[in-house]
Design a protein around this ligand. Sequence first.
Ligand SMILES: [Zn+2]
Length: 88
Amino acid sequence: MAMRLLIYIILGYLIYRMVRTWALSRNQQKVHKTDTQPLQADDVMIQDPQCGIYFARRDGVSLTHEGRTLYFCSESCKEKFLEKHTHN
Ligand SMILES: [Zn+2]
């Protein structure tokens, strides 16, 4: 009788462990997914330093200025920015 009870307890514990591990791995996958999404950096919204509008970085025009990479919404904003920052 005591042996049988022990087997039930062990079985119950194993099932509990399996469900717990499954639930935990599901949670971790969820967290992992939401964590990696903002890191797809091409879609990130940034501000044009010239006209102030927000746009997706992959749609912008890049410029390396004084060692920094800047992004503009269009070529004309980039040119205006350069005009403002190149004449002394
Ligand atoms: Zn602009």
